[in-house]
Design a protein around this ligand. Structure first.
Ligand code: NAD
Ligand code: 89V
Length: 344
């Protein structure tokens, strides 16, 4: 199949992973890059041997010869850039978090729908191989019907040195990290009817909250607890592992630190090492995230070639983003939040 030509906007900290992912993808590659910062444009352009370089996204799209756009900028620019891609009738991937507000995210979905182009949110955590392994066990029926889950990310890792903007926003852990963990809860247990949340700021040197806990009522009847922290100092730092506990009518699943997967179910107990592979361009401890970047980008290429809707389409990710909005709203009012009302 002919490789689709992508234009990547935003050559910052995380885009390097995306560039490596595209380098290895089948059926798609990056043909042009853009960053308004000439220094970042040069670093990434030189690293990946890119000839087509732009400081202005509109100019890159006007020059044409692109089949899709990959937006790797921070959240403030997402709506304008997605609408720009839609105006050029180009399929578009947008990094998480979707948008500054749910209204912006809804407008972005509407713009892509009106233009008749697919929109995928780069929500990659559900593509991590340990999480995929958990999903496969659930789908096998081994533990029966799940009725309880805990999806947990607790760490003391210094994320601020690589991503300084995370220390300055009024919103931090729910918007940046909780969004992934809430999406995993949806991925494993389905859509959510109501959410109750509490947040706290433990680190006095940052502006936003760095601890969050949420109780989710899933439409399936299952209950899950999503808890996140960047204020948790452990003997062995687990970043960036997401730990999972699931209880079902016939057994349990435990994804424990060190990617150790224990399943007790209809066939007895099995223990496996669900560690992600270390790709040749990846480095620990980020390799878990890096592998999922390659996986979601391959999914996008496959979807564009086949005409299938991406799993984390804009329409799908509105339902995850609504959980983020609900967590902030619910933590502020200390009341449960009706997710259907937010999405209406
Ligand atoms: P960054 O600030 O390091 O990089 C963003 C780059 O975009 C900068 O170089 C900036 O100059 C450029 N930029 C901003 N607006 C632009 C515009 N309008 N036109 C052209 N260039 C523009 O940020 P980052 O840490 O790389 O994060 C980028 C996004 O990736 C964020 O939304 C973040 O949440 C997300 N992220 C996702 C994951 C994941 O696992 N999915 C991990 C880390 C970061
Ligand atoms: O995945 C992310 O969005 C990152 C990190 C894992 C550091 O929170 O910002």
């Amino acid at each position: 199949m002919a490789a689709l030509r992508g234009g990547l906007i935003g050559c910052g900290f995380f885009a390097v992973n995306q560039m490596f992912g595209w380098r290895d993808a089948e059926g798609a590659s990056i043909a042009a890059i853009c960053d308004r910062d000439p220094e970042r444009l040069k670093i990434v352009g030189d690293q990946f041997g890119m000839e087509r370089r732009y400081q202005d996204a509109a100019e890159m799209l006007e020059k044409g010869n692109l089949d899709f756009v990959d937006i790797a900028t921070t959240v403030g620019s997402h709506r304008a850039l997605v609408e720009l891609a839609a105006a050029h009738r180009l399929p578009v991937i947008c990094q998480k978090p979707f948008a500054p507000t749910l209204d912006d995210a809804k407008a972005m979905v509407a713009a892509c729908k009106a233009a008749g182009v697919p929109l995928m949110i780069h929500e990659n955590f559900r593509w991590q191989s340990p999480i995929q392994a958990v999903k496969r066990v659930l789908e096998s029926g081994e533990i029966g019907k799940p009725f309880f889950g805990r999806i947990s990310f607790r760490s003391g890792f210094d994320v601020f040195s690589g991503q300084p903007y995370l220390a300055t926003g009024k919103r931090f852990i729910v918007e940046d990290l909780g969004i992934h963990i809430l999406d995993i809860a949806r991925f494993l247990f389905g859509d959510v009817a109501t959410l109750t949340a509490r947040t706290a700021r433990i680190n006095p040197n940052i502006a936003g909250e760095d601890v969050a806990s949420a109780l989710l009522d899933h439409e399936s009847g299952a209950t899950s607890v999503v808890d996140c922290s960047y204020a948790t100092k452990l003997e062995v730092e687990p970043f960036p592992e997401t730990l999972v506990e699931i209880d079902g009518t016939d057994g349990t699943i435990r994804l424990a630190q060190g990617y150790q997967l224990t399943v007790t179910g209809r066939s007895g107990t099995s223990k496996t090492d669900a560690s992600p592979p270390l790709l040749d361009w990846a480095s620990r401890p980020w390799h878990n995230i890096q592998e999922s970047v390659a996986a979601i980008q391959q999914h996008w290429a496959d979807c564009l070639h086949s005409g299938r809707e991406p799993d984390t389409s804009g329409a799908d990710n509105l339902k995850t983003f609504a959980l983020v909005e609900a967590a902030y709203q619910g933590a502020s009012t200390r009341q449960p939040v009706d997710i259907h009302a937010l999405l209406a």
